[in-house]
Design a protein around this ligand. Structure first.
Ligand SMILES: *Cc1c(COP(=O)(O)O)cnc(C)c1O
Length: 391
């Protein structure tokens, strides 16, 4: 008789921090089973469809047998050129599409592979918290150590580089930053990016700026690119995605731009692990990058109306929230004695409204809850009404 083998998880997977969102999923399922009419404001996934002209281009591209073969690893020259052209139009930044642009299967994939390309065991990665969970997990997978940079209200949710101990700085090789920020909705100015460049250059740290929300902004206040500053390219790389900009989360297309050595290093990992983006999707991506601003404005206006309704509604019922000038999130202070998780449970069970507990993005997020503007105005109004009755 042959024995069944024991399938053991690798330490790096066993060591993963407990996944807080899994507990929410269970609570959510229980609420749905009980027949609660759930208003889900927990997910950062646009509820609006991909603009029609992009879908049309995809339909046509899919018919082309040339696109049915393996794509090139670094992305089609035409896609990388379209990225460079978009950067020039949007940020007045000139990029060499051959050496400074890399296509990605979503920016998550590129971010997740950065530590694998640049971190040795024992190296430190500077990670903002609360923040996108991929930064610390990708660091762990590469054998690196995360040093948390707390993002707190009194610093406008910008990291305090002066608070990082010298012995940590010596081991730091990589730093993640993310503006406009998920989950706090904070934005960064060019003067902050200047500090980032000075700090990175002085300490020899590669900067990875996650700019997934650069196009989701309000009141015409366009967030800048980190690469607009002289010297940025010497220290860093910027990640973008069509996911949030064009409601394309399911398509899987993003890109990294900036420092040529960083682009090449990340590309090396990709060559060995994935085989590039389906070329038909890249064609759709070219179309997306050339989207008429009136289409994007309509998307932004929809979020802006929702933002105004949710922000003024929550404020009226006595909750303290941050009014975002970018991203589709509201970062709301938890009232009274509640913890983040307890407040999420209270809202779910007694109002049928689901938010995300701030501590799910890291310990410094405790005391907050994140609402996503990914539901229609009518449902947002209803959510506010229901919450008002139970707080
Ligand atoms: C959504 C998101 C991404 C990833 O988007 P992709 O779909 O992988 O391109 C990256 N960073 C942050 C902060 C996000 O919220």
């Amino acid at each position: 008789m042959r024995q069944r083998i024991s399938v053991n998880l690798a330490k790096r997977v066993k060591n993963l921090p407990p996944y807080l969102f899994a507990a929410i999923d269970i609570m959510k399922q229980e609420a749905v089973n009980k027949g609660i009419d759930l208003i889900d404001l927990s997910i950062g996934d646009p509820d609006m469809p991909t603009p029609k002209h992009i879908v049309r281009r995809m339909k046509k591209a899919v018919e082309n047998p040339r696109h049915h073969r393996y794509p090139s690893y670094e992305g089609m020259p035409a896609f990388r050129q379209a990225v460079a052209d978009w950067y020039k139009r949007r940020f007045r930044v000139k990029l060499d599409p051959k050496t400074e642009v890399l296509s990605l299967i979503g920016s998550k994939e590129g971010i997740g592979h950065m530590p694998l390309a640049f971190i040795n065991p024992g190296d430190v990665v500077l990670v903002p918290s609360p923040g996108y969970p991929v930064y610390p997990v990708a660091t762990l997978f590469a054998g690196g150590e995360s040093h948390i940079m707390p993002l707190v209200e009194k610093n406008n949710y910008l990291p305090d580089f002066g608070a990082i101990p010298k012995n940590i700085l010596k081991k730091s090789k990589l730093m993640f930053i993310n503006y406009p920020n998920n989950p706090t909705s904070a934005v960064a100015s060019l003067s902050f990016y200047k500090d980032v460049i000075d700090f990175a250059s002085k300490n020899n740290i590669l900067v990875c700026h996650d700019a997934a929300y650069s196009e989701i902004y309000y009141d015409n206040k366009k967030p800048p690119s980190f690469l607009q500053l002289p010297g940025a390219r010497d220290v860093g790389i910027e990640f973008h995605s069509l996911s949030k900009t064009c409601n394309m989360t399911g398509w899987r297309i993003g890109f990294a731009v900036g420092n040529a050595a960083a682009v090449a290093g990340l590309g090396k990992i990709k060559t060995n692990i994935d085989s590039g983006i389906f070329q038909a999707v890249q064609e759709a991506g070219i179309e997306a990058l050339n989207t008429d601003d009136s289409v994007l404005k309509k998307i932004r206006d929809t979020y802006q109306e929702r933002r105004d309704v949710l922000y003024s509604g929550l404020t009226k019922i006595g909750l303290e929230a941050r009014k975002p000038s970018a991203t589709f999130y509201l970062w709301v202070r938890v009232p009274g004695e509640f913890t983040s998780s307890a407040f999420v449970g209270h809202l779910l069970n007694n109002a049928g409204v689901l938010g995300t507990p701030g501590n799910g993005f890291g310990a410094p997020g405790e005391g907050y809850i994140r609402f996503a503007l990914t539901a229609p105005v009518k449902r947002i109004k209803e959510a506010v009404e229901r919450i008002g009755k139970i707080i």
